[in-house]
Design a protein around this ligand. Structure first.
Ligand code: PNW
Length: 488
């Protein structure tokens, strides 16, 4: 039975799965790769929940063909992955040598994707800063150096891969880089004012400086692309931001305001400068001079420096005024409603509950405010205690299936009923993988990874998504089979 056309996705809608280099590649010291800040950080005692690191991860540097075969089997149209800066320029800097083996690896990878008719969606920076840049000049804290080094790295990538890559993301989730890396100190490089956590750092100033520098690095890479590559390569480039829907806890005006304040700090901090050309006034009010300004010259580069809105989103928070946490805009977050019920199903990650209505509301909010096509570059769910289950049980990931049933319905409603221009949807993640400070305890994959054998097993959620997109995409015959086979 075919669904009526208003319940279909628009023509050319892209879907596929997302990953990031450090979370899957492993082979941290192979073929000339340099060290990244996450290599050392994950090996420090107490930094990951299970004490494990990214040395092997899902072994995807070696099993890349297998990963692509899996994508082809799922019948995706697109794949979002990131490049490892330290494979391409091992020491990272603008005068440091390029590693031909790094370039060759991603060339082969991209060619293999294209051979299967899968469109590459490439992130330049998913948190794995070359360690040498942190040692030389404190990485993202150093505006002059990092902007030039990141721009050169971006140019090297456009030059090497831009003939085939037409969808670029500069930075993944700058909020996480700045707040979790330089404020809370739970992500590399682990700086914080909390001296039980870190010998160095100042959580009251560094995150805001890093945020400004991330925006500038992004903007200069985009400028380079638009001036020197886009005319021939004709691709699109933008940034991708994390941000969850914020709902007032109740009808009190102060809580209605609090929800907007939460959005200002989580999303507006980056999105307002990049799309509108100024910081949210509420941030200035709270942070005063600690929020570093852009010069006139800088603002010209920053404003309108993204061709689309790249949206990573997972959940919804109920917001109450009077919070103490500056990183949340002095807003209190909860999942418990005034009547004591929970907003949705709890994930393994403490910060995540399933609330699909929030996904639809956020799509509407972003489209109204920033008025650009939206690419959903991440969306996913970690099932509670999944890593404690035997594999046979873990692949029956009912809570994740319900999550994707909800978000796909919201996606369709936002497009067809609300008129939001959404062009792509990338569930996180293709595979269970290295979940940063959680180590391997938290699984986000639609494919189960047995970390003893590195064998991959499709979960029910993969089957659900494959079938759902099969039913909702219009047009051409799909090249891949949508029957999913289990490994022998
Ligand atoms: C994103 N939070 O990170 C990242 O882009 C992925 O690399 C990651 O694996 C995925 O989401 C799942 O966590 C986040 O604390 C990390 O709210 C932390 C938060 C949100 C997103």
């Amino acid at each position: 039975m075919t669904a009526p056309s208003n319940s279909k996705l628009p023509k050319d809608f892209m879907w596929g799965f997302a990953t990031a280099a450090f979370q899957i590649e492993g082979s941290w010291n192979v073929d000339g790769r340099g060290e990244s800040i996450w290599d050392g950080f994950a090996k420090l005692p107490g930094k990951t929940q299970d004490g494990r690191n990214g040395d092997v991860a899902t072994d995807s540097y070696k099993r890349w063909k297998e990963d692509i075969a899996l994508l082809a089997q799922y019948g995706v149209k697109s794949y979002r992955f990131s490049l490892s800066w330290s494979r391409i320029i091992p020491l990272g800097g603008r005068d440091d040598p390029i590693n031909p083996e790094g370039i060759a690896f991603y060339n082969n990878f991209i060619n293999e994707l294209l051979k299967h008719g899968i469109t590459p969606f490439v992130t330049l920076y998913h948190w794995d800063l070359p360690q040498a840049l942190h040692e030389r000049y404190l990485g993202w804290l150093n505006k002059e150096e990092i902007v030039q080094d990141f721009t050169r790295y971006a140019r090297v990538c456009f030059e090497a891969f831009g003939d085939r890559v037409k969808h670029w993301l500069t930075l993944n989730e700058p909020w996480c880089v700045a707040i979790l890396g330089y404020g809370r100190g739970v992500f590399a490089p682990g700086r914080s004012s909390d001296r039980t956590r870190s010998p160095q750092g100042d959580s009251s100033t560094e995150p805001w400086i890093v945020g400004r520098n991330l925006i500038l690095a992004h903007a200069h890479a985009v400028k380079a692309y638009r001036e020197d590559f886009k005319p021939q390569q004709k691709g699109q480039i933008g940034i991708t931001l994390n941000g969850d829907w914020a709902m007032p806890y109740d009808d009190n005006q102060e809580n209605i305001d609090a929800a907007q304040h939460a959005l200002d700090f989580a999303i507006g901090w980056f999105a307002d400068p990049v799309y509108l050309g100024f910081y949210p006034p509420y941030m200035r009010e709270v942070l005063g001079d600690r929020l570093p300004e852009f010069t006139e010259e800088e603002l010209k580069v920053v404003k309108e420096s993204s061709d689309f809105y790249g949206m990573n989103t997972y959940t919804t928070n109920l917001c109450r005024a009077g919070g103490e946490d500056e990183f949340q805009g002095l807003v209190d977050y909860t999942f418990t409603r005034p009547d004591g019920t929970q907003l949705g199903t709890q994930a393994h990650s403490a910060w995540l509950q399933d609330y699909p209505e929030g996904f639809r509301a956020l799509l509407n909010y972003l489209y109204k405010r920033y008025k650009l096509p939206i690419y959903v570059t991440e969306n996913g769910f970690s099932v509670k205690d999944e890593s404690l289950m035997p594999r046979e049980q873990a692949v029956v990931d009912t809570d994740r299936v319900n999550y994707f049933r909800g978000t796909t319905a919201s996606l369709l409603a936002a497009i067809n009923e609300d008129g939001v221009d959404v062009r792509a949807y990338f569930p996180w993640s293709l595979l269970d993988n290295f979940e940063w400070a959680d180590g391997y305890v938290t699984r986000f994959g639609v494919t189960y990874v047995d970390y003893e054998t590195q064998e991959r097993y499709p979960k029910e959620s993969a089957k659900f998504l494959v079938k759902w997109f099969d039913e909702h995409l219009v047009g051409e015959e799909k090249s891949a089979t949508s029957t999913i086979t289990e490994p022998a």
